[in-house]
Design a protein around this ligand. Structure first.
Ligand code: FAD
Length: 507
């Protein structure tokens, strides 16, 4: 008889963990609260246009990359319609203050060459800085799907410097310091707090090759569900876990859902924000210190997202992510809201369709926003937030549009429909405290505070997802691998994934 695993939450982490465990021979049940699966992979429709909620930019999916190896191992790579961004411009950053647009190419050497041409007096420093980024990632075995060889105490000093200090250590031109931090919105960076290794991992991930889902992110959720069900598992939607019962031997006995259904298994994995977990697990399951730590850990900031559908054949498709910044020097403080100047920076993209042609069908704009901007409506639920909230949203859509007009004059005339989501939407959609888009915010001054273990004091209960290790398309699937290792008390799965890749390349 195979062991039964109940996974709570059918987002990126729950589905990757479920698919890997199903392939390992476990009988998997995933329970997801939303009607549509996927968490950050979930898409929604407005006026006939499908939009992604979370996962827009992909890294680690090129042949030989870690996430690609996991997808190969699960047999889902051929089901994914993945489209590379432009090789000679994977990202662009426009500064309105001087009208300058940097068009950043993919690949380590190209990245160094490009910035060396833009800032010739910094050429030697740029090379040293980028070499250091790559060296820092080499300290993270899990990034390269290697067996863990060390602990946090084995790392170099720079590993846990603040990211801004690392950049300033190598680069003395202040404008370039700002430009080189442009991926900040991809990891929720905070000055003097976000560790250099987070900055390095995200930068190297995307410099090595950035992709998008043509047709949207839901396809990854669908492919992962296929692995689970093909191996005899089940994936339930529209079923919220409301109680986790733990007995006196510190074992989960069962979980109950909002439909009053009970599920039990040998092993349980929680794949959503740990703060939400504390609301539903038996109070005696964890001690006070652990609960306090979870409740007091800082969360990453949230976002105000604008979703635009275009009139046919009016706005050209852009095959890279665009970043905008008002001026140099504020890349680390875009989250500081100022009604007169918001938004001082954001990222936007024209997400591709299958067989994407020259015209864009849609655009998504993500502007950093902290939860306190919507605090006054925090007791409301989706669709019932009242007129004042709707007016607030309209005002902020207009503020984003004003910036877009500066960047793309005439864009307003191309728009068919426009809608927006706020930190409240993200909080309620994903059940995540403060609508934090990347879960806990790592703090280099107190790494232990935001570093939760996959293991818990409840012996058959494990954690996975973005609050453990790292967020996003790279961190979450790799943590799923670590979760399987923890459950199996063995590192063999890493060997199996790597051997499978070797076999594919030899055949
Ligand atoms: C606006 C935005 C843009 C982003 N852009 C990118 C990007 O371009 N690239 C990238 O790599 N990452 C991006 N991310 C981050 C990425 O989406 C997340 O890191 C990832 O989805 C986290 O995976 P997870 O499994 O931990 O959480 P989630 O994907 O949020 O999954 C958690 C799931 O648990 C469910 N759940 C919660 N409570 C319960 C309960 N009680 N019972 C049952 N189910 C429950 C939720 O509904 C959800 O489906 C973005 C995120 C956001 C919000």
């Amino acid at each position: 008889m195979s062991e039964k695993v109940v996974i709570l939450g059918g987002g990126l982490g729950g589905l990757f963990t479920g698919a890997l465990l199903a392939r390992e021979g476990y009988t998997v049940t995933v329970i997801e609260k939303n009607r549509t699966l996927g968490g950050g992979l979930q898409m929604f429709s407005r006026h006939g246009t499908l939009f992604e909620t979370g996962m827009h930019m992909l890294g680690g999916l090129r042949p030989g990359d870690s996430i690609r190896k996991i997808c190969d191992y699960l047999g889902i790579t051929s089901q994914l319609d993945i489209m590379p961004t432009d090789h000679d411009c994977m990202d662009s950053i426009t500064y309105l203050s001087d009208g300058k647009t940097y068009r950043i190419p993919e690949g380590k050497d190209n990245f160094v060459d490009y910035f060396s041409k833009q800032f010739p007096h910094q050429a030697i420093n740029i090379k040293a800085y980028v070499d250091k980024l790559y060296a820092l990632t080499e300290e993270v075995d899990f990034f390269y799907l290697r067996h863990e060889t060390g602990s946090i105490f084995n790392h170099s000093e720079e590993f846990i410097w603040p990211a801004n200090k690392l950049i300033a250590h190598y680069i003395d031109d202040e404008r370039l310091q700002d430009v080189l931090a442009y991926m900040n919105p991809m990891y929720g960076g905070v000055e003097n707090r976000t560790p250099a290794f987070v900055h390095a991992l995200i930068n190297v991930l995307y410099i090595n090759g950035t992709d998008r889902f043509a047709g949207g992110s839901q396809q990854l959720a669908t492919a992962l569900v296929g692995v689970i069900t093909n191996h005899g598992g089940e994936v339930l939607t529209d079923e919220k876990v409301t109680q986790i019962e733990v007995d006196d031997n510190k074992l989960v006995k069962k979980v109950t859902t909002n439909k009053n259904r009970e599920f039990s298994g040998d092993i349980y994995v929680a794949a959503f924000h740990p703060c939400a977990l504390l609301d539903i697990i038996d109070p005696h399951a964890f001690n006070k210190a652990y609960k306090d730590r979870i409740m007091n850990a800082p969360n990453s900031y949230s976002t105000f997202s604008v979703f635009i559908s275009f009139k046919p054949e009016t706005f050209p498709y852009i095959n890279h992510t665009c970043y905008f910044q008002d001026d140099y020097g504020s890349v680390w403080s875009h989250g500081d809201y100022d009604a007169a100047t918001w938004p001082r920076g954001f990222m936007y993209m024209t997400s591709p369709e299958h067989n994407q042609g020259k015209w864009a069908t849609k655009m998504i704009v993500n502007s950093i926003m902290k939860f306190d901007q919507v605090e006054q409506w925090s007791n409301t639920t989706t669709g019932h937030r009242g007129d004042s909230y709707e007016q607030w949203k309209e005002k902020h859509i207009a503020m984003v549009l004003r910036r877009l007009e500066q960047l793309h004059p005439g864009i307003g005339a191309c728009i068919d429909h426009i809608t927006a989501s706020s930190p409240l939407t993200i909080r309620d959609y994903f059940n995540v405290k403060d609508g934090a888009i990347y879960g806990f915010s790592k703090d280099c001054n107190n790494l232990a505070l935001t570093q939760l273990s996959i293991f818990t004091k409840v012996k058959n209960f494990y954690l996975t997802g973005q609050c453990i290790n790292l967020h996003g398309i790279c961190g979450v699937p790799l943590t799923a691998v670590n979760t399987v290792e923890a459950i199996e008390r063995s590192h063999d799965i890493i060997d199996r994934i790597n051997n499978h890749y070797q076999m594919l390349t030899n055949s």
